[in-house]
Design a protein around this ligand. Structure first.
Ligand SMILES: Cc1cc2nc3c(=O)[nH]c(=O)nc-3n(C[C@H](O)[C@H](O)[C@H](O)COP(=O)(O)OP(=O)(O)OC[C@H]3O[C@@H](n4cnc5c(N)ncnc54)[C@H](O)[C@@H]3O)c2cc1C
Length: 399
């Protein structure tokens, strides 16, 4: 049975869902508000739980082409630069989880997914529509769902998937009076640079994390290792030059970043100063999911940040959107039109608790990463004594 599935949002989650659903024999119409399918922004870390799923979508070769394979995760103090712990990502790690740990530029992963739905084996089953902001959602007697868009056009389908991100509009069709995502008081700065432009000491083949008081920084290679992605996250209001809540691509100065970080280790300082330019945005969040009803109802389901935005402190936001996409396609496999509501309920049942756990763990990581006083001393001791055991996350990577 071929279902007609409407997908609001053509980000990483929406395109992954279109690909996975088309591979199950369904037809997907992707409605994207922007004038073009494109992704800006920073790097993304892909744990083995995610790379395993991307390979299952047939993206093995493409991934190998666009990603970097970091050799390890290394955690250091942002204050003196000393190493606290490391987790090697070599053969033993790959064998343990059956897939590698990879780093990718967000735009490269988005392009890979877009190419697969636009030009790959399932291209005839995927409609891609730009300038199509979903404004209204309605259901027709429980038998179909309708999405009206800014194109003054309406689409009807057997199901509607809200993959429309943190500021999701489809979400309001599941829950009336849903409160908006709230600012966390944390700001992110990011920068990207060719490694060849960096002093040798600042180049890296690792995921490098520096932990400081109320801040941390992460750097890792992308684009086959040729570029370095750097992100700094600090518990501070966005600088004056980056205060638009929903815009996560605002120019910001090195001076505003340095004001937020204060004095850091000479190595980290040198890296921050070597970056050619910074972008900043304010992090927003929602409380962890509390039940399956928040992810699906009748013929409408949510996926990715629309359902469960999360702080980037476990590096799994895009990962959970991709996991959702495959779980959704699995739940809709071989399903008849009348069975769609039950299938979406199965999808939500299968996904909500894991998503909630990742959301909660990301929040907790923020507290640990940014610890001060005695908690920081205890954290550093645990990292020095526990090493890789403290950094590994088997329930997540094996899931
Ligand atoms: C600093 C930082 C670092 C991160 N690092 C990682 C990491 O290392 N690993 C990881 O897995 N994740 C990471 N993430 C999280 C990750 O970026 C997000 O979780 C992920 O992009 C969510 O994908 P999505 O498709 O659900 O939503 P989005 O990427 O937000 O896509 C939503 C799409 O819907 C469109 N849209 C919105 N409203 C409508 C509408 N009404 N109608 C039609 N279209 C609409 C938008 O234009 C957009 O294209 C990080 C996030 C941050 C902030």
């Amino acid at each position: 049975m071929t279902l007609q599935i409407l997908i609001a949002g053509g980000g990483i989650g929406g395109l992954a869902a279109a690909l996975a659903l088309a591979q199950q024999g369904h037809r997907a119409e992707v409605l994207e508000q922007a004038a073009a399918f494109r992704e800006v922004g920073a790097g993304i870390q892909l744990g083995p739980n995610v790379t395993r799923r991307l390979r299952a979508l047939g993206l093995h070769e493409g991934l190998a082409r666009i990603t970097a394979r970091p050799e390890m995760l290394r955690v250091r103090s942002a204050h003196d630069g000393l190493e606290l712990a490391r987790l090697p990502f070599g053969d033993a790690f790959r064998r343990r989880y059956g897939a590698p740990y990879l780093c990718v530029h967000r735009a490269d992963l988005h392009t890979l997914l877009l190419e697969a739905v636009r030009n790959g084996a399932v291209a005839a089953q995927v409609g891609l529509h730009t300038d199509a902001r979903v404004l209204r959602v309605s259901t027709r007697g429980g038998e179909a769902v309708c999405a009206e868009s800014s194109r003054a056009r309406a689409w009807e389908g057997d199901a509607l998937v809200g993959a429309d991100g943190l500021w999701s509009h489809v979400r309001s069709a599941l829950a009336e009076n849903d409160p908006p995502a709230l600012p966390t008081g944390h700001t992110a700065w990011r920068a990207l640079v060719p490694q060849a432009d960096l002093p040798a000491a600042s180049r890296s083949t690792r995921v490098e994390v520096w932990l400081g008081a109320r801040l941390h920084a992460v750097a890792y290679p992308v684009r086959g290792g040729d570029w370095l992605n750097v992100v700094v996250l600090a518990e501070t209001a966005p600088p004056g030059d980056a205060q638009r809540a929903q815009d996560w691509d605002q120019a910001a100065s090195l001076a505003s970043l340095q004001q937020a970080t204060g004095r850091t280790s000479p190595q980290l300082q040198a890296l921050l100063e070597a970056m050619p330019g910074w972008r900043a945005w304010s992090l927003h969040d929602r409380p962890p999911l509390t039940g399956a009803g928040q992810m699906a109802n009748e013929r409408i389901a949510l996926l990715g940040d629309a359902a469960h935005p999360m702080l980037p402190y476990l590096a799994q936001g895009a990962g959970m959107a991709i996991e959702d996409a495959l779980a959704l396609a699995e739940a809709l496999k071989g399903v008849a039109r009348a069975e769609v509501p039950a299938a979406l309920a199965r999808y939500a049942d299968a996904r909500w608790a894991r998503n909630a756990r990742v959301q909660a763990r990301a929040r907790r990581n923020g507290e640990i990463f940014h610890a001060t006083g005695p908690m920081r001393v205890g954290r550093d001791l645990a990292l020095r004594l526990g090493g890789a055991k403290v950094l590994d996350v088997p329930w997540l990577y094996a899931g």
